[in-house]
Design a protein around this ligand. Structure first.
Ligand code: FES
Ligand code: FES
Length: 155
C-alpha cells in the first residue's frame, strides 16, 4: 500500500513482472542500483551525456540518470543483467567479447544495450548509422574502433 511519499508501480523487468513502491522523485538509476541491486547500470556524468546508465524502456535506450522510476509504470525495462539467457551471452554481448570491444568495461553495459536496440529496430545499419546511433555512448578507453568492429560483425 503506497502512502503519500510513494507510488505503487507495476512493470516488467528483464522479462519478469514486478510491483514496487517508489518515491515520486526517485531516479530510475537509483531504483535499479540501490533498490533492486542491479549494479550493471553505471553512473558517470549524471546529466544524460555519457550513456553509461543506459537501459531499455519499451525497447528504446533511455538514460536512467535523468529518468524517474515512477515513469516505468506499465512499461518493460531491460537492463544489462537481462540480456544473457540460460547462461549464454546475447549475440551483442558475445560480439563485444569476441572483438575485445572493452577495456575498463564501464561504458560497456550502455554500449551493449544501445547496440541491442539499434539492431532490433534496424538490423542492417551502415557504419555511419552505427556511429550516429551510438553517439550518445562515450568510451574513454577503446578509441571506438573495436566497438565498431563488434557491431559491424552483427550486421
Ligand atoms: S550517467 Fe547517465 S548519461 Fe551519463
Ligand atoms: S571501456 Fe572503459 S570507458 Fe569504455
Amino acid at each position: 500500500m503506497a502512502d503519500l511519499a510513494s507510488l505503487d508501480i507495476s512493470f516488467t523487468l528483464n522479462g519478469a513482472p514486478q510491483t514496487r513502491s517508489v518515491a515520486p522523485f526517485a531516479l530510475l538509476i537509483d531504483f535499479l542500483r540501490d533498490d533492486l541491486a542491479l549494479k550493471g547500470t553505471k553512473r558517470s556524468c549524471d546529466v544524460q551525456v555519457c550513456g553509461a546508465c543506459t537501459v531499455l524502456v519499451d525497447g528504446l535506450p533511455v538514460s536512467s540518470c535523468t529518468s524517474l522510476a515512477a515513469d516505468i509504470d506499465g512499461r518493460s525495462v531491460v537492463t544489462i543483467e537481462g540480456l544473457a539467457q540460460r547462461g549464454e551471452l546475447s549475440p551483442v554481448q558475445q560480439a563485444f567479447v569476441d572483438h575485445a570491444a572493452m577495456q575498463c568495461g564501464f561504458c560497456t553495459p550502455g554500449m551493449v544495450l544501445a547496440t541491442t536496440a539499434l539492431l532490433e529496430s534496424h538490423p542492417h545499419p551502415t557504419e555511419q548509422e552505427i556511429r550516429h546511433y551510438l553517439r550518445g555512448n562515450i568510451c574513454r578507453c577503446t578509441g571506438y574502433i573495436k566497438i565498431l568492429e563488434a557491431v559491424k560483425s552483427l550486421v
